[in-house]
Ligand binder design. Structure first.
Ligand SMILES: [Zn+2]
Length: 193
């Protein structure tokens, strides 16, 4: 069975190399809608796949990092990157360009890593991330699956190269959250204990 949670954020970017001139050369923003889909063949003690409450202060914190922020590609012009960081408090630096396709892969890697750290405490079993759907506009979306997220042909995503600004980290319930996820620290959601 699949379950889905919807998140929303406003984010700015430039998509270098894209065929539309406006997109590749000017900062612009989108009202993103992100669908996170989980799957399992089992139900927990509440007869659910995975209580959405478990996402608070963890998956939600990570996804909302992108809200009112600029997404920067670490291979973009160095001066541009430095200028953005100088004048805008909230930024996330990515090892790939922030197209909708790459956003779905980046978010897959982030949520997948976070999910592996969340200690299941209510009988949840074999819960896995199915896919991430990124709606950049009302008319089009990209859907990234596991095979896409870890596909070297699309650019290998090293999670340690996803960098969050100090202002973003300060909005998390634990400003060290991403470092803990990278270290594989087991995370017990405070709302569930
Ligand atoms: Zn765009």
């Amino acid at each position: 069975m699949l379950i889905r949670k919807l998140f929303k954020f406003e984010n700015a970017h430039i998509v270098r190399g894209c065929s539309t001139q406006k997109c590749r050369s000017s900062i612009h923003g989108h009202s993103y809608e992100i669908e996170v889909l989980f799957e399992s063949n089992f139900l927990d003690h509440g007869q659910m796949i995975f209580d959405f409450g478990l996402m608070k202060r963890s998956i939600k914190d990570l996804i909302e990092s992108f809200d009112h922020a600029i997404a920067l590609w670490d291979s973009d012009d160095k001066d541009y990157i430095e200028d953005m960081k100088k004048h805008s408090d909230r930024w996330v630096q990515l090892p790939v360009s922030p197209s909708a396709e790459q956003f779905s892969r980046i978010l897959f890697v982030m949520v997948d890593k976070m999910l592996s750290c969340i200690q299941m405490v209510n009988g949840e079993k074999e819960v896995s991330l199915h896919s991430i759907i990124v709606h950049e506009t009302k008319t089009g979306y990209a859907q990234g699956f596991r095979a896409d997220a870890y596909n070297e042909n699309m650019g290998l995503i090293d999670p340690s190269k996803i960098l969050f600004s100090q202002a973003v980290k300060e909005d998390w319930s634990d400003s060290d959250l991403w470092n803990k996820v990278l270290a594989g620290e087991v995370f017990i959601n405070p709302d569930t204990v």
